[in-house]
Design a protein around this ligand. Structure first.
Ligand code: ADP
Ligand code: ADP
Length: 225
């Protein structure tokens, strides 16, 4: 089974109201295990909507979402939450780290929520920070970190529970071009080293070219590039 299979996904916002918009019109996508796929689309095309549906944060109006061969649309909220926590990692354009906690704690907390012991969680968090070159920033709060460092911590948090699938929405989109290149390379290394499957949305065609395959979201459907 592919790690992710989206089939015929449809999504309408504000159905029957002023401002109704059909964002997805039968979007289909299959991601093999270990595959890293770039999602390319103009702003407003529905990238975030698609990634939220793929990551079980939102429900489609029609179509099916399978994660690791498990059809998710008929599952209970409880099961969907468990799969999201254990199997899916998210990275956004903005880091969304908890400001009152250190870098280390931001990576420890999701593991505790997923049932890990504190000792296990800290060991794993330290290993992840080391792998993105931030061992010496473990005890800093997000406000004391640069934009690129904050995003690298967010990558570690996304990897905290050893997900099978990473979903990233313009993960370096708010960094300057040079930092973006560097931090993006860190993310790709981390994904490759762990053999993770990933869908990474980016506007940057050079970054997209470094991935295994590219798909374009246009008029509510996905097309190979
Ligand atoms: P992208 O991530 O590609 O910029 P989004 O998935 O965020 O696109 O949004 C796609 C379209 O759906 C946009 O036109 C946006 O304004 C609209 N949209 C997104 N979320 C909502 C919502 N909760 N209610 C109404 N419209 C929305
Ligand atoms: P965008 O505006 O393109 O959606 P943002 O960087 O503003 O990107 O991300 C905010 C998104 O994070 C919201 O759309 C929301 O659905 C999502 N979100 C909120 N809480 C969580 C959470 N606990 N885990 C994952 N995603 C979340």
């Amino acid at each position: 089974d592919p790690i992710l299979r989206l089939s015929g996904i449809e999504k309408v916002y504000k159905r029957g109201k002023p401002g109704e918009v059909q964002v997805l019109r039968g979007a289909s996508l299959s991601i093999a295990r270990g595959e890293v796929v770039a999602l390319v689309a103009p702003s407003g095309a529905g990238k975030s909507t698609l990634l939220h549906i793929a990551g079980l944060l939102d429900q489609p109006d029609a179509g099916t979402v399978e994660i690791g061969g498990e059809a998710m649309q008929d599952r209970s909220d409880r099961r969907r939450t468990a799969v999201r926590r254990a199997d899916v990692g998210f990275v956004y354009q903005f880091h969304h780290l908890l400001p009152e906690f250190t870098a280390l704690e931001n990576i420890v907390l999701p593991q505790l929520a997923n049932g890990a012991s504190r000792a296990e969680a800290e060991a794993r968090a330290k290993g992840l920070l080391d792998s993105v070159g931030l061992s010496d920033r473990a005890d800093h709060r997000p406000a004391a970190l640069s934009g690129g460092e904050q995003q690298r911590v967010a990558f570690c948090r996304a990897m905290a529970n050893a997900p099978r699938l990473l979903l990233a929405d313009e993960p370096t989109g708010n960094l300057d071009p040079e930092t973006s290149e560097r931090v993006f390379a860190v993310l790709l290394d981390l994904v490759r080293d762990t053999g993770l499957s990933a869908v990474i949305a980016t506007h940057n065609l050079e970054l997209a070219a470094r991935m295994d395959r590219r798909v374009r979201l246009e008029a509510g459907k996905l097309h190979p590039v």
